[in-house]
Ligand binder design. Structure first.
Ligand code: ZN
Length: 371
């Protein structure tokens, strides 16, 4: 009897030690890095279990390995040795461009996308024919459908849009009528890859995030009307770099995000029409940006402490007036930023509280649970 007791005690001690060592290897937070890829997208999620999801890889081509190197800096900060899942929202160069170079730098275990491109361009066609099959052939490949769940310990990761389709039934706790649908007016149909974007709603305890890639205006209506099938979120990674052909009120006002983060470029996104919609969003406490945008001017931009990146040739002051987007071959290029880049980092707790940090200036703000 004594012998049986002591051996079960030994088992209990071993189990306790195993539990303690498992806990020291994991974190309690969901960490999100919004990497500056100059008006593209690369958002890295690291679950408390250490599992990782990267949404998009920024630019390639003429930008060289700049964006994959910036992603790798975040990967190293997070202590990752592999990317467990790479979601490519759609086949535009500012979203898939860095994939080949990134895959040379770190193993990518699972490739997720919406299927073939609907808008063939030389760069995407070359990538999809000559590079991508080799990459996912050595890993796993999934063509995402609305309603799919990506298995990540501790997170509920739901695909809500893909390939131009949206979920038909609401996520848990969602599905109430969306009052913003009444005033909605559609825009021109969007036949581009943007409308195909793989969109995700990520839930960690009481904390929720929306990342819909470059999903455009009319597709937001399909997802959000007449009933809001997504529900509310704490964090909105703003769609389409803050361009006004996305980010309708039926989405932006109905999800009631507390914080929005804008992955804009120095002259991409952030124009007045968009800024008016985001600033008037019910429940929004702060907008953070990876760049200022000339399209905002002082009139519409957020305070500099919420902006994580300068430009290489930083002007002494920014004009007050928003700049109309220049067009035509004579337009001067937007201010370049190829120097050191700073991500915006979010650390979220299961109780719904979270903090956002601007790694350029160290400014950090905590958003308490239970608003
Ligand atoms: Zn884009």
């Amino acid at each position: 009897m004594r012998r049986a007791l002591s051996s079960s005690l030994a088992v209990a001690v071993v189990l306790l030690l195993a539990l303690l060592s498992a806990q020291t290897r994991t974190s309690k937070t969901l960490d999100i890095y919004v990497v500056d890829v100059e008006g593209g997208n690369a958002t890295l999620f690291v679950a408390p279990s250490g599992e990782s999801v990267l949404i998009d890889t920024g630019n390639g081509g003429a930008a060289g390995p700049r964006d994959p190197e910036r992603i790798m800096a975040a990967v190293k900060d997070a202590g990752l040795t592999q990317i467990d899942h790479l979601i490519t929202t759609h086949w535009h160069g500012d979203h898939f461009g860095g994939t080949e170079e990134l895959a040379k730098r770190i193993p990518i275990r699972h490739y997720i996308d919406h299927g073939p491109t609907v808008e063939p361009q030389p760069a995407s066609t070359a990538f999809l024919q000559n590079v991508y099959p080799t990459l996912f052939g050595a890993a796993k490949h999934t063509v995402a459908k609305p309603g799919d769940k990506i298995p990540i310990t501790g997170l509920d990761w739901r695909i809500v849009t893909s390939g131009g389709q949206a979920i038909k039934s609401p996520l848990a706790g969602a599905g109430a009528p969306n009052k913003y649908c009444a005033a909605y007016t559609p825009k021109q149909p969007d036949p581009s890859e943007n409308a195909q974007s793989v969109g995700s709603i990520i839930t960690f305890g009481k904390f929720r995030v929306a990342h819909l890639g470059d999903l455009t205006w009319n597709k937001e209506f399909d997802l959000m009307c007449p009933n809001n099938r997504v529900g509310t979120v704490d964090l909105f990674i703003v769609s389409h770099h803050g361009q006004a052909i996305s980010n309708s009120e039926v989405l932006v006002h109905a999800i009631k995000s507390r914080v929005a983060i804008l992955n804009n470029g120095t002259r991409k996104g952030g124009q007045p029409e968009f800024m008016k919609i985001i600033y008037s969003a019910p429940g929004l406490e702060d907008l953070w940006q990876v760049h200022f945008s000339q399209l905002s001017g002082q009139e519409y931009t957020v305070p500099g402490m919420f902006i994580s990146n300068p430009v290489d040739d930083q002007p002494a002051a920014m004009p007050v007036a928003a700049m109309p987007a220049p067009s035509g071959p004579g337009a001067a290029p937007p201010p370049a930023h190829n120097g050191r880049a700073y991500w915006i980092k979010v650390s979220a707790n299961a109780d719904g509280s979270f903090s956002v940090t601007n790694t350029r200036n160290g400014f950090s703000k905590t958003y308490s649970a239970g608003r």
